[in-house]
Design a protein around this ligand. Structure first.
Ligand code: 13P
Length: 253
């Protein structure tokens, strides 16, 4: 049985004091979600991670939005796994389309980071998803399968079972133009079959999230789909009321 998961990706939003205010406001809703078998988490910027971790309900996952694959060294501007571990962070989002577009993150690089995270006993949330052009030319599945195969290359089935996948069509991110539940399920079901071909039965235990303009009023539609196990949410995860709305919507499945 795959546990439902709601993850808020705050992207480059909130100062530390704003992040702390959210953390304090979220305590009860985290308890509520956990009591209803929904795992919840937020991914603040690096500079807010420690503050959020210290102030939020300990049952809430706190994830980083990126990490470097090296433990230390001459990598100006980067953050390492041991640094995250020391402040209690054990989840990391990788390969978000914004990082792929603006920071040159590739599936090959994500593969190195995923391996480093798994070796450190941490949980990667590996993002995939196609552009509008790829979608309109009917190449979505080919494109996403390649991202999955490359990002997870060389993992054992046991390791693959520890990764969370997020499918986020780029044309649906921040546009208000969400994928229909049928479109999302079609691609996510395909991702699960791709995982099965590569890693065997463990694919049935891997959580796959949908992301892209998920809101309190449409999250239930996605959760009603067989292969969709949760949501990776940007804009609608930023305010406590809206976050609570997402949790309420997820109860529908
Ligand atoms: P929005 O929910 O704002 O569309 O963002 C989705 C996303 O990119 C989450 O990682």
């Amino acid at each position: 049985m795959r546990k439902k998961l709601l993850l808020g990706n705050w992207k480059m939003n909130k100062t530390p004091s704003e992040a702390k205010a959210f953390a304090l406001a979220a305590n009860e809703m985290v308890d509520f979600a956990v009591a209803h078998d929904i795992e919840v988490g937020v991914a603040p910027t690096f500079v807010c991670l420690a503050t959020v971790k210290e102030n939020i309900n300990p049952k809430c996952i706190v994830a980083a939005q990126n990490v470097n694959e090296h433990d230390h060294g001459a990598f100006t501007g980067e953050i390492s796994i041991p640094m995250l571990k020391e402040i209690g962070i054990s989840w990391v989002i990788l390969g978000h389309s914004e990082r792929r577009e603006y920071n040159g993150e590739t599936s090959e690089k994500c593969n190195e980071k995923i391996k480093a995270l798994l070796a450190a006993g941490m949980t990667p949330v590996y993002c995939c998803g196609e552009s509008l052009e790829t979608y309109e030319s009917g190449q979505t599945k080919k494109f996403v399968a390649e991202q999955i195969r490359t990002g997870l290359a060389g993992l054992t089935p046991e390791e693959a079972g520890k990764v969370v996948i997020a499918y986020e069509p780029i044309w649906a991110i921040g546009t208000g133009k969400s994928a229909t539940k049928e479109t999302a399920e079609d691609t996510i079901g395909f991702i699960r079959r791709t995982l099965r071909e590569n890693f065997g039965p463990v694919a049935m235990d891997i959580r796959i999230l949908y992301g892209g303009s998920v809101k309190p009023n449409n999250v239930a539609e996605y959760m009603s789909q067989e292969d969709i196990d949760g949501a990776l949410v940007g804009g609608a995860s930023l305010e406590p009321n809206s976050f609570q709305g997402l949790i309420d919507g997820m109860l529908a499945k």
